[in-house]
Design a protein around this ligand. Structure first.
Ligand SMILES: [Zn+2]
Length: 363
């Protein structure tokens, strides 16, 4: 069984990590998240840098202390928000070799710079167990030249991140045994040769794990599983592979079978808020993932047919929601827009993911 070792903690892989973007898995307390069987969360470096900021985080010790979370904490690099902003509003910033430059507004040219070193320093203030190098996100519509540039810049920034990471470890007296882990992100969009080049350069620099950024989509709008396979084949088996931002239960199973170990996604919580719940078609221990029959389906709790349905959301689920409440009650709570609706729906969807991980860990 593949394990993730962080300090004295051992985690059996694969793991699903819901997004606690601003230091909260929306709708649930940290204790509730732990009770549904979730062992780790992903927080967002850029959002936490804005609020509560590094001064507060350093005073409290970590975001884990702030949110009373005792499990694994992964921080992203903070780059994704900045890149999305610049791709949407090119006048608000630009990407240079030094880092990401942001302007205060389209007219005011007061600059702030977010560098690979800033990303690592902020992730130390957050107190993450797994940190992620700032990467240059390959644009989907990028020219061949821009894609090559993004791979080269990603390597250069990963090198600077590693140097800053080692500097911070020395400063804090952290040894190889008790330090956090540092992952690099492989870029190269839908080009197998570029993905392989990116992987090779990052492997040579030496990291604790590898994340895969900028998922290309195929003509059906689904993941490009061919590229996912290329990346899995290009990375070492003894290091965790992080499928960043993935995905639906079906996506996760497919990528797990290729050798991916860590997953994080907004889907289970976002779907729950939009009244979309996951329901098994048979008990999970009887599911054969290679079978032709879909092993789960979506249930839309807002449908009129559930208004007086006394049965639980999922007859095969033992989560606190399904054990105690009916479809009729959940339907009612959404209709009257009570926050308990979110809580019960998110509890069920996260439980579904946690149980799926348990099954995959045994395979
Ligand atoms: Zn349930």
């Amino acid at each position: 069984m593949k394990q993730l070792n962080v300090g004295d903690h051992r985690y059996t892989l694969p793991l699903f990590l819901p997004d606690a973007t601003r230091g909260v898995v929306r709708g649930l307390s940290s204790q509730q998240v732990q009770e549904v069987g979730i062992q780790g969360v992903v927080v967002n470096t850029y959002h936490l840098l804005e609020r509560p900021g590094t001064v507060v985080l350093k005073k409290l010790g970590s975001v884990g202390a702030l949110m009373s979370w005792r499990g694994l904490i992964v921080s992203d690099s903070g780059g994704f928000q900045l890149f999305s902003l610049i791709h949407k509003h090119p006048k608000l910033g630009k990407i240079t070799d030094e880092g990401v430059v942001l302007y205060s507004s389209e007219k005011q040219r007061r600059k702030t710079l977010f560098t690979p070193e800033d990303s690592i320093k902020t992730q130390f203030a957050i107190g993450a167990d797994i940190m992620i190098c700032l990467d240059d996100f390959s644009p989907v519509s990028g020219s061949a030249k821009r894609l090559q540039e993004s791979v080269e810049r990603t390597t250069a920034w990963a090198k600077r991140c590693k140097t800053e990471f080692e500097k911070q470890c020395r400063k804090k007296g952290l040894s190889k045994r008790n330090r956090p882990l540092l992952f690099a992100v492989i870029q190269g969009h839908d080009q197998p040769a570029l993905r392989q080049q990116s992987a090779q350069e990052l492997i040579e620099l030496g990291f604790d794990g590898f994340g895969f950024g900028g998922w290309p989509l195929d003509s059906n709008g689904d993941f490009d599983y061919h590229i996912a396979r290329v990346i899995a084949d290009a990375t070492p088996n003894d290091k965790p592979r992080f499928a960043l931002g993935v995905g639906s239960p079906a996506n996760i199973v497919k990528l797990r079978l290729m050798g991916y170990d860590l997953f994080d996604c907004v889907l289970p919580t976002r779907d729950a808020r939009h009244q979309r719940l996951y329901v098994l078609n048979q008990p999970l221990n009887q599911v054969n993932f290679s079978g032709k029959r879909p092993w789960y389906q979506h249930l839309y709790i807002d449908r009129g047919r559930y208004v007086a349905d006394p049965t639980p959301v999922d007859q095969y689920c033992d989560c606190p929601t399904c054990k105690n409440y009916s479809k009729a009650y959940l339907h009612h709570l959404f209709k009257i827009q009570d926050s308990l609706a979110f809580q019960l729906a998110i509890t069920h969807n996260l439980w579904f993911y946690a149980q799926l991980m348990k099954k995959l860990q045994q395979m």
